[in-house]
Design a binder for this molecule. Structure first.
Ligand SMILES: [Fe+2]
Ligand SMILES: [Fe+2]
Length: 193
């Protein structure tokens, strides 16, 4: 069974996936402005999601696994560590690739090889999409599920609260409506940095 934290993060995966589709549509039609805006938003939303995993989920899961005496459920600490290491490497890959694509798109308006550069950006985005799909599946099937077995109800509520807070922190250059595009409003006021 997946914990509430797992459900919340999986819901964020679905929202990022919807945004990825919008991004690909904008790039496909050659709309540079929409492409740039959507890519910038996707990158920022993914960064916030990753930050929540890095700051709260991964350290808690790894720390708890390393302290367990009689292991009955879930991976060994070393198995979990290597899975999380892979996930972190994926995160670095996503941020690096997307940042490069943003830089290219930002400088593109006066370029005479727009079609060629756009093609490269589309290929990069597809590369990110493919790896992200596998990545998200590993998280949803494994790491998100472990938290159910590892934490009691109170700890799970605390973790969910931390994750929700982290996901509500977004860069001030985005208006709330823009940030929430494609998301279900829970009526929570976001915290703007
Ligand atoms: Fe992740
Ligand atoms: Fe994730």
């Amino acid at each position: 069974m997946v914990s509430q934290t797992g459900q919340r993060l999986a819901q964020d995966h679905a929202q990022l996936d919807a945004l990825m589709k919008q991004l690909q549509q904008a790039l496909k039609t050659g709309d540079l402005e929409a492409g740039y805006t959507t890519l910038d938003l996707f990158w920022a939303r993914l960064a916030v999601h990753i930050r929540a995993e890095h700051l709260h989920l991964f350290p808690r899961v790894l720390s708890r696994l390393s302290k367990r005496v009689n292991q009955t459920v879930g991976p060994s600490p070393s198995q979990a560590q290597s899975i999380v290491d892979e996930l972190r490497a994926d995160h670095d890959f996503f941020m690096h690739k997307l940042a490069g694509a943003i830089d290219t798109l930002r400088d593109m308006t006066n370029s005479d090889d727009v079609a060629e550069r756009l093609k490269t950006i589309r290929e990069t985005v597809i590369e990110v999409e493919k790896r992200l799909m596998v990545h998200n599946e590993i998280e949803e099937r494994q790491v998100y599920g472990w938290s159910t077995a590892l934490f009691d109800e109170q700890e799970q509520i605390e973790l969910l609260t931390l994750i929700n807070k982290e996901l509500a922190h977004y860069p001030s250059r985005f208006a709330f409506d823009t940030w929430a595009t494609g998301t279900e409003s829970k009526g929570e006021e976001p915290i703007v940095r």
